[in-house]
Design a protein around this ligand. Structure first.
Ligand code: NAP
Length: 294
């Protein structure tokens, strides 16, 4: 892979997990990536060697040498921890783009910290799963100044095929909350329907094939149906991470005085699975609760 960076804009990537590793590879393919950092150093060393980029010794050192800092870590507290760690190296005019899924409040707090240093912030959560991250076809919902998005756009385009400016900081995360509520409902519906089909004794490969092609077809059925019906729940998207997102959604709904009954059902089911030790499995592990008992 030719990873020579473009001279006018250099990016660094923080958080090389299931999503971040693929996303960083695509930024490198676009010739923007100049360094990476990960809390567990081994992942950063391996990826930096693969891509021929620097392995930064700290978030602050990464921030000191790039124009755009991309972050993809787990949860709210993790994003703020990373932001605090990079602030000492952050240069005015730099742009921090958080692509993790967190609350709009966290996005606004991160923006405040970054803007105090004269830099800019975008919240830019993504959807499309590890497949979308790998193929560079993520949908990216962005909050922040349009002029800032325009500067970061060439880099975001290496990771996503649909990039939409939602409004001010926090609006990207608000749109992602809509997505996560919908994903919870789809998970409940797909796992329930497939368990029903299995109980009827149908050939589930044929069911998934034909249903995927019709009006009930959807991404989750197509990508996770074949694995869940074989008892394979490798992430993908960790169940504990979706539970974290749904708590954010529930908090937002409570403030608005609206009910999310399907989301609450998924949260109760996820809580059972997490208590049984399945939090690090893919969200399709919900099938464990629905499938016919052997
Ligand atoms: P993951 O595989 O669990 O990776 C999490 C990454 O965050 C790891 O690199 C981890 O470092 C890092 N991290 C966690 N806490 C940290 C901290 N306090 N300081 C520094 N680094 C920290 O998760 P993922 O699936 O890539 O998801 C990342 C984000 O994308 C999450 O917000 C998730 O909700 C969102 N997302 C995921 C998907 C999906 O399908 N997986 C889809 C859309 C959005 P270590 O290597 O040291 O653990």
């Amino acid at each position: 892979m030719n990873t020579e960076t473009k001279k006018d804009i250099r990016a660094g990537f923080i958080g090389l997990g299931a999503m971040g590793t693929h996303m960083a590879r695509n930024v490198a393919r676009g010739h923007f990536l100049s360094s990476v950092w990960n809390r567990t150093e081994a992942s950063a060393i391996t990826l930096s060697q693969e891509l021929g980029v620097q392995c930064a010794a700290s978030p602050a050192l990464l921030a000191a040498h790039v124009d755009v800092i991309l972050i993809c870590v787990s949860a709210d507290a993790d994003v703020l921890e990373v932001i605090h760690a990079l602030l000492p190296g952050l240069r005015p005019q730099s742009i921090v783009v958080d692509m993790s899924t967190v609350s709009s409040d966290t996005a606004r707090e991160a923006a405040r910290l970054v803007e105090n240093k004269g830099a800019d912030f975008l919240d830019a959560p993504v959807t499309g799963g590890v497949e979308g991250a790998k193929n560079g076809t993520l949908a990216i919902m962005v909050g922040g100044k349009l002029t800032t998005l325009e500067k970061a756009l060439p880099i975001l385009e290496t990771m996503g095929s649909r990039i939409v400016h939602m409004g001010e900081v926090g609006a990207g995360q608000a749109a992602k909350a809509v997505n996560q509520i919908m994903a919870a409902g789809i998970n409940e519906a797909v796992t329930e329907a497939l368990a029903f089909g299995e109980t009827l004794g149908l050939d589930m490969r044929k069911v998934i094939d034909v249903v995927s092609s019709g009006a009930a077809g959807n991404w989750f059925l197509e990508k996770r149906g074949p694995t869940m019906t074989q008892g394979i729940f490798k992430p993908g998207f960790k169940l504990a991470l979706h539970q974290k997102d749904l708590k954010i959604c529930k908090g937002m709904a409570d403030k608005l005085g609206i009910k999310l009954p399907v989301t609450e059902m998924a949260m109760n089911d996820y809580a059972k699975l997490i208590a049984e030790g399945h939090g690090d499995e893919d969200i399709s592990a919900l099938y464990r609760l629905k499938r016919p008992s052997p």
